[in-house]
Write a protein that binds this ligand. Sequence first.
Ligand code: FES
Length: 317
Amino acid sequence: MLQVLVSRKVLVADGICSFELQSLDGSPLPQFSAGAHIDVHTPAGVTRQYSLCNHPEERHRYLIGVLKDPQSRGGSQAMHEQLEQGQTLTISEPRNLFPLAAEGKKHLLFAGGIGITPMLAMAYELSQRGVDFELHYSFRANASAAFLDVLNEAPFASQVKLYNNAAAPAAMLDAPAVLATPETGVHLYVCGPIGYMEYVLNSAAAQGWPAEQTHREFFSAAPVEHDGDQPFEVELAKSGQTFHIPADRTVFEVLDEAGIEIETSCEQGICGSCVTRVLQGTPDHRDQFMTDKEHAANDRFTPCCSRSKSPRLVLDL
Ligand code: FES
């Protein structure tokens, strides 16, 4: 955990604030790579993940963009309403669960709304490395688009395509056209609201893009139906302990209460921090982090939200 200073807070678009964070003593912050996020302990008492959007080369600051989400459990609202310039904040060191593919010869970055944040850092890094890329940025209206000024002035401005959804339909992203030809070595990355991500990812799948070349980062989990949830048993292979998981509790909650450590972050199946190996049994996958192929393998699952189709799961814990 790190204590940092909020050195700057700016309203960068309707409902979006950027926060610049610096170390308390002016020393360099831990290094990060494009696509990384930090866990932020918000003034509401809940932890939220925010992508770092400044140039990964910078060590004097972290920059995050926070969309005030009235549907959220209060984290983003508290960031907007209670956190001010000059205050301190507790954050984690950066972690990257959405990295650029090192082998990519070209990268297509798709950002919807606040999904621009990890893409900005990716664009800075790719531009500096001289690697070919395009950034496709869709937003509801100019007023709600964060970092337009930064993009217009960036050294890679000519590689950015802007889609204002409030303009004529012809101005909107035509994902099937942009993704018409899958190519070896070209990787695509998507981040934004669920509907936007599904549009881009489904278009990519329909045009034959291999799953290994598509990368995504969700900001919030899709709604999950809990009505049919059943209890099941979890056995920990290393200790031999067995736990009963009631229908209304998660594997993580039960194990955490028993003092079994599992790393978590989002606790809603989108970040991948808690992925755990499954040795026996069939998980009922509820996350959006793993791909369909990874789900079908049934050898890993996310205990923060996923359940079991079999009466017992044996975990590599
Ligand atoms: S904690 Fe994020 S996927 Fe489980």
